[in-house]
Design a protein around this ligand. Sequence first.
Ligand SMILES: [Zn+2]
Length: 156
Amino acid sequence: MLAGRYDEAELEPPLLDDDGIIAIVKAMLARTGRPPLANPIHHLVRDGLRPIDRSLPGVGHEATDGASVWYRWTADVRELGRRVKHGHAHALLFNEDHNEADAILATAELALPTCVLSRYASADAAAQDALHSPIWLLHQQFERRRTVIERYFLVS
Ligand SMILES: [Zn+2]
């Protein structure tokens, strides 16, 4: 999905562009004053949102009403981080015209923000600091952002 294969993922293409999603996450990081790779609960709380570690009845995935974020708890710290970030992504986009693809892209941007990605030579290197994101998601974000960076700066 992060590579742009929306048909395979049976998702509508995102409504927001890369720059828009990067800017939304960057603004949240500035607003909350916590390091980009901090525990996402700190970002959520500092952003004025209430974390609720159970899913809404009838909703199997993360959800938000713009004030609270619901997510299923798991002992897997990386997967828990992804769930919190995905709920936060939906909250960040709550007042935007957005779809699930936008929320997934924003989750990847929260997992490894573009502003810190260039510090790392690989996704595996980033994984040593990005303790609250699944390894597979870091790989997808790393590949996706590197492609975008190469497209803009290395190809004339
Ligand atoms: Zn979602």
